[in-house]
Design a protein around this ligand. Structure first.
Ligand code: PLP
Length: 466
């Protein structure tokens, strides 16, 4: 289930909702919930700080920063003004053998804040395109540096990496893929770092992390090191409910990648730009990637933009002769989006948003952990301002819900009840059922408390349905 499966029926004036139902094709949405008259499409019309308002004037705490995007909060006039100024001066020009000052300045600023030796930026329109670009670059890089058979990608179970057919092949959610098979060949899956449901070393997180990382080495050996180009992973995996890396895990993955000459791609589509308390989560974890893909928070969602940043050595072969990365997007490096990103970075610096997350992440965790006294809350996990709350049927055995219960509790009740109670967030069962939280980075204790209280009252009500 995603938030988009929700149905709403209380709206007094449903004109916009009806128009949405009749003309929009909403993403990842089960449209039947609107077609049969049982529900209304929720319509959000305005945002300010960490709050959004619907077309009936009701306000909601934005517990998901839009879709993991609105880091600096809604309604930031200075980002809007920077975009307007850029649109007036130069609304559009492509980065296809030309450049414009805003993209140049943004690429320079990103090089300053990225991990060491990651200095080159290839702009895209979003995260999926960045993932797609990274796989294509990995394949071409090995073709032109004498290892032409390296092409496969190792990624992790339940991980979401986007919808283009390459990115979907890297994605580890079977239900999101079956309708579109056959996908790009060469997407190989390994375990993620879901310690709550560890099948090995469940009493020792470091040993578990080592075990999980070593599954990557095993997969490379099994597939043949000459066939594997890259490992793609999120520093903290979103899908499945916020799996942080166990201590030592990312370091061990780095070692494995070095041993087999495989590129380490950090898909930071969600994790970058403060979500984990640094511009890039890999900085926070102290591990050097070869490529970073990111999007969402780069502009705080004010305009679409993604990017792939690469290690200097990956660009080296493209510096000479006729070698060209024959790949690009019309909107890559869009001037207005680049202006939004620069204004967003100004806010990050001036308001110290990364430091704010680091200073408050402990309080956010502690506040959410209060929910562990509810029998339905099995686990609270995450990092920075990025948390998943796993719901279970039986806390002692960690038994999860069967399909009928999940349908009744999660689809039928939870998302709508949370929204009705004034909290926009995401109830997700792409893995085990979780509530995902990724609020704007500007919130503090009073909003943490509000989130906890709404969750407590709605989950308590939900338990009665079981
Ligand atoms: N990679 C990760 C880790 C994501 O979370 C997402 C989207 O949520 C994507 C890729 C795809 O990004 P987009 O929807 O911008 O294409």
């Amino acid at each position: 289930m995603t938030t988009s499966d929700m149905s709403f029926s209380e709206s007094g004036d449903d004109t916009l909702a009806e128009r949405a139902r009749d003309r929009l094709w909403m993403h990842f949405t089960r449209h039947s919930v609107y077609e049969d008259g049982a529900g209304h499409v929720p319509i959000i019309v305005r945002g300010e700080g960490a709050r959004v308002w619907d077309d009936q004037g009701k306000s909601y705490l934005d517990g998901l920063a839009g879709l993991f995007t609105v880091q600096a909060g809604h309604g930031r006039r200075e980002i809007a003004e920077a975009m307007a100024k850029q649109a007036e001066q130069l609304a559009f020009f492509p980065l296809w053998s030309y450049a414009h000052p805003t993209a140049i300045e943004l690429a320079e600023r990103l090089a300053d804040i990225a991990p060491a030796d990651i200095n080159r930026t290839f702009f895209t329109s979003g995260g999926g395109e960045a993932v797609e670009s990274a796989w294509k670059l990995a394949k071409q890089y090995y073709k032109i540096t004498g290892k032409p058979t390296k092409h496969k990608v190792i990624s992790r179970n339940v991980a979401y990496h986007g919808t283009p057919q390459g990115a979907l092949s890297i994605t580890g959610i079977p239900a999101a893929k079956t309708a579109f098979e056959p996908l790009v060949p060469g997407g190989i899956k390994v375990p993620n770092t879901n310690f709550y449901r560890a099948t090995a070393h469940a009493d020792d997180i470091e040993a578990y992390g080592r075990w999980a990382a070593d599954r990557i080495a095993e997969a490379i050996e099994f597939e043949g090191p000459d066939s594997v180009a890259a490992v793609f992973l999120e520093p903290v995996q979103n899908s499945g409910g916020c799996f942080p890396p166990p201590p030592g895990y990312l370091q061990r993955v780095r070692e494995i990648c070095d041993e087999y000459d495989v590129l380490l791609v950090a898909d930071e589509t969600i994790c970058a730009m403060g979500r984990i308390g640094d511009y890039f989560a890999m900085n926070r974890y102290g591990v050097q990637p070869d490529i970073i893909t990111f999007a969402k928070g780069l502009t705080s969602g004010y305009s679409p933009m993604g990017a792939m940043m690469v290690h200097d050595r990956l660009f080296e072969p493209f510096k000479s002769g006729t070698t060209t990365f024959l790949h690009g997007y019309t909107w890559g490096g869009h001037p207005v989006s680049a202006a939004a990103a620069l204004a967003n970075l100004d806010i990050f610096e001036r308001e110290g948003l990364n430091a704010h997350v680091q200073a408050n992440e402990g309080a956010f965790r502690a506040t959410l952990e209060k929910l562990l006294d509810l029998p339905i809350v099995g686990d609270v996990r995450g990092a920075g301002f990025f948390y998943g709350i796993e719901l279970v049927k039986d806390k002692a055995t960690k038994e999860t819900f069967n399909d009928a219960e999940a349908e009744r509790l999660l689809r039928g009740f939870l998302s709508k009840a949370l929204f009705d109670a004034g909290l926009y967030c995401r109830a997700d069962d792409r893995g085990d059922p979780v509530i995902q939280l990724a609020p704007p980075l500007v919130i503090g204790q009073s909003e943490f408390d509000e989130i906890e209280q709404i969750l407590r009252s709605v989950l308590t009500e939900g338990m009665a349905l079981l």
